[in-house]
Design a binder for this molecule. Structure first.
Ligand code: IPE
Ligand code: IPE
Ligand code: MG
Length: 237
């Protein structure tokens, strides 16, 4: 792997925990627990590699449709994750940012993620974005609403709205667009993840289930990315 031309922003849809649990005849919660182990490794490696931004899809606005038991298991894992990891992440100079509607989270989880954001806000290492109660359309609609309010209040003119102004209203304000999107488990869809930010992203869909996704798989994905020919609509002569 060439450490010179790594993607600035890697986004990962961590999929396949349920199938992994099923495959091993375990309860779904065990699959999510195993997924957290992978997540730890991938975050550490991204930070060590010097990647600028890593975005992880942890819970979508649609995931509330799952059974109350599974939602509760995910929420409790989330809380435990922040409690156990925050010291190390802070030490590693990681800046945590939550993408999504924090108001819709249960009180304890909301408090934990807000405190993680506050504690790491001046860190200058890896930007770690965790998408929680996140939906890409919801994010875009929220941005449009905010811009409409600014125009209504005379703080902005409609014809001043361009890509940059719009981007600043998104949860990812100030961060680079996604260069590489990885979805594990073989599914080939976005499920609403970072719709705006993925406009020119490269996509990879490894068949590996998230709990089985190793650093070797990650390196392989980064190497594949480095072989891609990104044209952004232009033509190389
Ligand atoms: C992804 O794994 C984790 C979350 C959605 C939180 P899944 O639970 O979607 O795994 P599969 O798709 O059922 O295998
Ligand atoms: C997307 O995975 C959300 C997360 C990984 C958190 P899902 O498993 O919920 O998506 P669908 O339902 O297969 O599209
Ligand atoms: Mg899934």
């Amino acid at each position: 792997m060439n450490s010179e031309c790594l993607p600035k922003h890697v986004a990962i849809i961590m999929d396949g925990n349920g199938r992994w649990a099923q495959k091993h005849s375990l309860q779904i919660a065990k699959g999510h627990q195993a997924g957290v182990e992978t997540l730890r490794d991938i975050i550490r490696e991204s930070s060590d590699l010097g990647i600028n931004t890593l975005s992880l899809y942890a819970f979508s606005t649609e995931n509330w449709r799952r059974s109350p038991m599974e939602v509760a298991a995910l929420m409790s894992l989330l809380l435990r994750y922040f409690e156990s990891e925050i010291d190390e992440l802070d030490e590693k100079n990681v800046r945590i940012r939550i993408l999504g509607d924090k108001q819709g989270l249960p009180d304890l989880q909301r408090a934990a993620v807000i405190s993680a954001e506050e504690r790491t806000r001046n860190n200058t290492g890896l930007n770690l974005c965790i998408a929680l109660n996140y939906g890409g359309r919801q994010e875009i609609v929220r941005a449009a609403r905010s811009l409409a309010e600014q125009v209504r209040d005379g703080r902005l003119k409609a014809d001043e709205i361009d890509d940059d102004v719009f981007s600043r209203e998104l949860y990812t304000a100030g961060l680079p667009d996604v260069d590489l999107l990885i979805r594990t488990s073989g599914e080939q869809r976005l499920s609403g993840f970072l719709l705006w930010q993925c406009a020119y992203a490269e996509f990879e869909f490894p068949a590996t289930l998230w709990p089985d996704f190793t650093l070797d798989h990650y390196h392989e994905a980064l190497e594949l990315y480095q072989k891609r020919d990104r044209r952004f609509g232009g033509r190389k002569t």
